[in-house]
Design a protein around this ligand. Structure first.
Ligand code: ZN
Length: 683
């Protein structure tokens, strides 16, 4: 498996600038809207909800708008799938919460009602009862008795009752799921000493152990196949009559009712495509959804990755394997987008020079690609988010994931400009950068260059980083197993960090000067050593792959730079700061670590990956963690963000769609209830 996607920016991403990064803006605001436009519309728990605009939608032709509309509907129809994948009882939980929000006739000014709404909003946000980032089950701020009274006090709504079940039975059934911390405590676990399958709450497996699943795939997978399908990507492994079998997601199969709806909208979309290639892409996807045949998924992927001419593009399917402890099962996601032509120029410059970067990469020449192929670089505008891209949204995407397709046909790598722009706008006034900047000089550098530098760093990570390097013959894609995601993200980050400080960046006109690169280094060190800890609970370890990558990089260079005092740790008024003393030496350290991470990847050195990740990327200094959380708490900023979608309304005349209107005013609760009503197809 190769999780190359990216970046949840929820998180700012692969890149590590901090979410609430400085107040720099990355490009000219759209006329008019800025100023009145309300970017942030809600905040609760550790989450904030933003809106994104869809600049350029007005300039699409009516037919293109119609295509976006149909693809957008297809993007919403798989929402239930993700809920179910994340935990088998999530849909029952969500339907119950939805019914209470819609129907509770009691006192909505009770403080416990606020707690109930916070919990419900969190479930919506996480597509289930586990935190979208930490994977821990979160705890309601109200008790089981209150929950019971909410169900009993709701009028005129339907609860998701199984045959013969009463509302009382439903409450009894859900009570331990919501309130007992011992029930399904983690979405998935990564501790290699435990049974990763049996102990994880994710619904990719049922009634089977890790050993059984591994035996099953060891038999099913032909290691000598040079163009293997992504085994297990769209299935659920269960035991039937004592035998381990796969249930396949397809029309008429697993998740059939939702997939039928997706297919319905895709078929509408196929009628209004921009060109024949794009039509074949959609038809191939439909073919795959009808059969569940992963060979057809590869046919689709090859067509999709070679469609570089279309203005409108989309992702719709079982894609990223982050949520599977064994790294095989794809979580359902969707994204509809179109090209941001102006910003695309920037990454085209990198693509055009890809071989230059590859040839000079500070890794063993055996691990370099002789020919860097087919890196498609573009910047896109998101028009609709669905499944695992919603509400928490990636800021970039790099697909497909199958290595042989990437090698033989290339990959598409995109950054999502309107999403990062919305983050930047929302955080314009954030006190965050000031709090953790080690000096006024560093703070000013972040203000001036932070946003530009992070855009370029994202480009380097996505356009060049993931696509660089090669495996030695005979090394399999999943040799690093549970460490493959953090190692892969570290590899792409390091490629980016190493090159952003290269004079070539100025020569290519991508950076005004290397001061901007220093801003990126400031941000990476600050984030990897300190600020990303705001997203981890005190006493816990780092689990998320991108965070592990950033932590391991920052700690490794900090430790290895000690003899020459490359980075120093200072304390002022009880606050810890990390000061970079020598940027050139830091760059050399990034290069050295890139060489090592590439070696581990190319050789499939599992032990090396484990040592690196476990030594530098997992554990947290407790005292420093406490300090960071205290400082952050005082700023009152939600560490994670997500987005509501626009509403698209087709204008129909004489039975034909002649235009599509965009409405950006829908609220978070309204949207979630509407999705629950209109896009819920699974039992
Ligand atoms: Zn990445």
């Amino acid at each position: 498996m190769n999780t190359k996607k990216v970046v949840m920016m929820a998180v700012v991403a692969c890149l590590g600038l901090l979410l609430p990064n400085s107040g720099c803006r990355k490009k000219a605001p759209e006329p008019a809207a800025v100023g009145e436009f309300q970017w942030q519309i809600d905040q609760f728990a550790d989450l904030k909800i933003l809106r994104y605009q869809v600049p350029g939608f007005d300039r699409l032709t009516p037919r293109q708008k119609e295509l976006v509309y149909y693809l957008g509907e297809a993007a919403l129809c798989g929402r239930d799938i993700l809920f179910d994948q994340n935990y088998r009882h999530n849909l029952t939980v969500r339907r119950t919460l939805d019914a209470i929000v819609a129907g509770y006739a009691g006192d909505r000014t009770d403080p416990r009602w606020d707690e109930f709404m916070t919990y419900t909003k969190r479930v919506w946000f996480s597509n289930g009862i586990h935190h979208h980032y930490s994977n821990d089950k979160f705890t309601p701020g109200f008790d089981a008795a209150y929950f019971k009274s909410l169900v009993e006090g709701s009028r005129g709504v339907e609860f998701p009752l199984a045959a013969g079940q009463t509302a009382g039975d439903l409450v009894a059934f859900l009570t331990p799921i919501l309130f007992d911390p011992a029930v399904a405590p983690k979405k998935f676990i990564q501790d290699p000493d435990q049974d990763l399958v049996a102990r994880s709450a994710v619904n990719f497996y049922e009634g089977v152990t890790q050993a059984e699943v591994e035996r099953y795939y060891a038999r099913a997978v032909d290691r000598s196949d040079e163009t293997p399908v992504s085994h297990g990507l769209n299935t659920r492994v269960v035991k039937k009559d004592g035998k381990v079998v796969e249930e396949v997601a397809r029309v008429g199969g697993l998740y059939g009712p939702a997939i039928e709806k997706i297919v319905f909208w895709l078929e509408k979309a196929a009628e209004v495509t921009e060109n024949g290639h794009q039509r074949r892409v959609i038809e191939a996807l439909v073919d795959y959804y009808r059969t569940g045949d992963l060979e057809k998924f590869d046919v689709y992927n090859v067509l999709w990755v070679t469609d570089t001419a279309s203005h409108i593009d989309f992702v719709n399917g079982f894609i990223e394997v982050y949520n599977d402890p064994l790294g095989m099962k794809g979580s359902w996601e969707a994204l509809v987008n179109f090209k941001d032509l102006e910003a695309t120029r920037r990454s085209e410059i990198l693509t055009a020079n890809a071989q230059w970067f590859e040839d000079r990469s500070p890794v063993d020449p055996r691990f370099r690609k002789k020919q860097v192929k087919g890196v498609t670089a573009k910047v896109i505008t998101a028009a609709m988010l669905g499944g695992d891209c919603y509400p928490s949204t990636p800021i970039g995407i790099n697909l497909p994931n199958a290595n042989w397709i990437r090698k033989n046909h290339g990959s598409k790598s995109v950054t999502i400009a309107n999403i990062t722009y919305a983050y930047d706008q929302a955080s314009l006034k954030s006190p965050f950068a000031r709090e953790f900047a080690p000096s006024d000089e560093a703070f000013e550098r972040t203000r001036k260059y932070g946003s530009l530098a992070s855009n370029i760093a994202t480009d380097l990570h996505e356009v060049l980083g993931h696509g660089s390097g090669q495996l030695l013959p005979g090394v399999s894609d999943d040799a690093l197993r549970n460490y493959s995601s953090p190692v892969e993200e570290a590899r792409a980050d390091l490629f980016s960090l190493y090159y952003i400080m290269d004079p070539k960046m100025v020569e290519l006109g991508l950076l005004p000067d290397l001061e901007a690169a220093r801003a990126e280094y400031d941000g990476e060190i600050r984030n990897g050593l300190q600020t990303q800890l705001t997203r981890v609970e005190l006493g816990k370890e780092i689990e998320q792959a991108h965070m592990r990558a950033r932590a391991l990089i920052a700690h490794w260079v900090y430790e290895h730079g000690k003899p020459e005092n490359v980075i120093s740790r200072v304390t002022r008024e009880g606050k810890t700061y990390f000061v970079i003393n020598d940027y050139e030496k830091l760059r050399a350290l990034y290069g050295r670590l890139l060489g090592e991470v590439q070696r581990i990847t190319s050789e499939g050195d599992y032990g090396g990956a484990r040592d690196l990740v476990e030594t530098y990327g997992v554990r947290i200094d407790h005292e420093l963690h406490r300090e960071v959380l205290d400082r952050f708490a005082r700023l009152r900023i939600a560490p994670y963000g997500g987005f509501v979608n626009p509403v698209y309304r087709p204008v129909v005349q004489e039975g034909r769609v002649v235009d599509v209107e965009v409405d950006l005013t829908e609220g978070y609760v309204e949207q979630m209830l509407r999705y629950g009503r209109d896009y819920s197809f699974l039992k």
